[in-house]
Design a protein around this ligand. Structure first.
Ligand SMILES: CC(C)(COP(=O)(O)OP(=O)(O)OC[C@H]1O[C@@H](n2cnc3c(N)ncnc32)[C@H](O)[C@@H]1OP(=O)(O)O)[C@@H](O)C(=O)NCCC(=O)NCCS
Length: 183
């Protein structure tokens, strides 16, 4: 399987934000943007893998600035890292006001995708050719993110299994909740 450079699968999707994408407050629904992120991650990962890919996990999605109806949203995706069968795709989301030309960086996030073969099992993906400093930085950053995620996953499992309900009064004394047991 021949290694492929980052640039060969870089993908950009641009879409006009139409009124039917808006919520009751007149801003674009987060779900519309999430769906666009999933599409661009799929296109980018599948181009690199040369096969169908599925979304396994999504990290760092935050909606820090609202997107308005009439703006042009562009999502730029790059394969930042490849494992054996998984790929981490970095996505930068920008929204442009066509009248003023102002461009807002609304979010940068990571989608982990897994390549699937015709048997629907995870399939090995081509190695990634890193051609410049940016490619190298992103690959190392993604390796670190993967390690941090693994630790956080273990800690979250641990946090749930070690909860003592009998200590709830003390643990929750400064929280905005009221314990009112009904049985
Ligand atoms: C993702 C999926 C293929 C993993 O299957 P599996 O039998 O656990 O396969 P493996 O253990 O061999 O893992 C395959 C890869 O997924 C990665 N992976 C598995 N679970 C993961 C998780 N929670 N987060 C990130 N990566 C994960 C593994 O690290 C491995 O990557 P690598 O080969 O690069 O090291 C399987 O769970 C699946 O098909 N999920 C449904 C995906 C889907 O339908 N998505 C659409 C959204 S509804």
């Amino acid at each position: 399987m021949e290694a492929r450079p980052v640039r060969s699968s870089q993908t950009t999707i641009t879409e006009l934000m139409i009124p039917s994408y808006a919520n009751f407050g007149g801003k674009i629904h987060g779900g519309i943007l999430l769906s666009m992120m999933d599409k661009v991650a799929y296109a980018c990962a599948s181009k690199h893998a040369g096969t169908y890919c599925v979304t396994v996990s999504v990290d760092k999605v935050e909606f820090l600035q609202p997107v308005e109806v009439g703006e042009l949203v562009s999502l730029k995706a790059s394969v930042n890292y490849v494992g054996r069968t998984s790929l981490m795709v970095g996505i930068r989301v920008e929204s442009e006001n066509v009248k003023s030309g102002e461009i807002k960086h609304t979010n940068s996030c990571f989608f982990t995708m897994v390549a699937k073969g015709d048997d629907n099992k995870p399939m090995e993906v081509p190695k990634l050719v890193l051609e410049n400093d940016e490619d190298i930085k992103r690959f190392i950053e993604a390796m670190r993110v993967r390690e941090i995620k693994e630790k956080v996953r273990e800690e979250m499992d641990d946090a749930k299994s070690t909860i003592e309900v009998s200590m709830a009064g003390e643990i929750l004394k400064n929280e905005r909740c009221i314990i009112k047991l009904t049985r």
